[in-house]
Write a protein that binds this ligand. Structure first.
Ligand code: UTP
Length: 291
């Protein structure tokens, strides 16, 4: 796995039930954090990691994601005629010119492992990244996926992003049992999907970033439905561990769980406080709300 990472998969075919009724018609990944949809933060991170091919695994209700990355002729013409160059650049540069977007359908939401498997025909047998856009990870320096890609390439291994979570929350995540090799990386011995706190091997939880070899596809093809009747990516990774090294990687950055309402609020406040035109008013609002 020492080749550079070129392809990144975005599994975005989930139902997004925690944001109903909005997600009846708005894809969860199109919910904005300030003025940018969640998917934009994920795509920027993939491009930062070196990707030139972005593979979106969508479903029939999520045309808005493809529309977002398509050319908006009428809008662009209007902005051009009005001389609104900055806005035009904003609309035209959602992905750099050298990057191509590929859309694959997951006909039925059969689980994250199944969604990743749907990208097999586009990826073939090369290392690739996976980003779950609802885990928004922000870092001033290199993005989380770039950090992981560089580490995985140097080791010729796979890498999975992990974060420490409170012990009582282990049953919400895939949890790793791993031996530290340096301050960021630990060699994974095994992974367990959503263990109860009393049987969890650690509190290191898998979050939405992966660097995986093409071999994972064959293993996912053999994976039977696991927790929740879904084909779990974690089960495919468990099979991979019997064959190759996979590291748990504690990335440098802040994760916002934007699959939950509180996480989306936190991310929005964070980026508002980062924006010089909004920071002061946001701070005043938050301080006033304390009283
Ligand atoms: P979640 O567990 O967050 O599910 O999926 P969800 O449907 O998106 O949201 P809720 O829980 O109903 O609110 C984790 C990731 O896996 C993708 C989702 O789109 C999300 O990015 N996924 C999940 C698929 O693409 N297909 C699936 O069959 C399941």
């Amino acid at each position: 796995m020492s080749r550079p990472l070129r392809k990144v998969v975005f599994p975005v075919a989930g139902l997004g039930t925690r944001f109903l009724p909005a997600t009846k018609v708005v894809a969860k990944e199109m919910l904005p954090v300030l003025d940018r949809p969640l998917i934009q933060y994920a795509v920027d991170e993939a491009v930062d990691a070196g990707a030139d091919t972005l593979i979106f695994v969508t479903n029939r209700y999520k045309h808005s994601i493809a529309d977002y990355f398509d050319t908006a002729y009428e809008l662009e013409q209007k902005l051009e005629r009005a001389g609104k160059k900055e806005l035009l650049a904003l609309v035209q540069n959602v992905v750099p010119k050298h990057v191509r977007c590929v859309f694959v359908t997951q006909a039925e939401a059969l689980g994250l492992g199944h969604a990743v498997l749907c990208a097999k025909p586009v990826i073939g047998d090369e290392p690739f990244g996976v980003i779950l856009p609802d885990d928004l990870i922000w870092n001033k320096g290199p993005g989380a996926l770039r950090q992981m890609t560089e580490f995985a390439a140097s080791e010729g291994a796979g890498a999975i992003a992990v974060e420490e979570v409170p012990h009582e929350q282990t049953d919400k995540y895939g949890i790793v049992d791993a031996v530290p090799v340096n301050e960021r990386a630990a060699l994974i011995k095994h992974v367990v999907e959503k263990p109860k706190p009393d049987v969890a091997p650690s509190n290191l939880a898998i979050v939405g970033r992966y660097v995986l070899p093409g071999r994972i596809f064959e293993l996912l093809e053999k994976t039977r439905p696991g927790a929740g009747g879904e084909i779990q990516l974690t089960d495919g990774i468990a099979a991979l561990l019997a064959e190759q090294k996979v590291y748990a990687y504690r990335f440098d950055g802040t994760r916002f769980d934007c699959g939950s309402k509180l996480g989306l609020v936190r991310a929005t406040l964070h980026f508002a406080l980062e924006d010089p035109s909004l920071a002061e008013a946001t701070r005043q609002f938050v301080n006033a709300a304390k009283h």
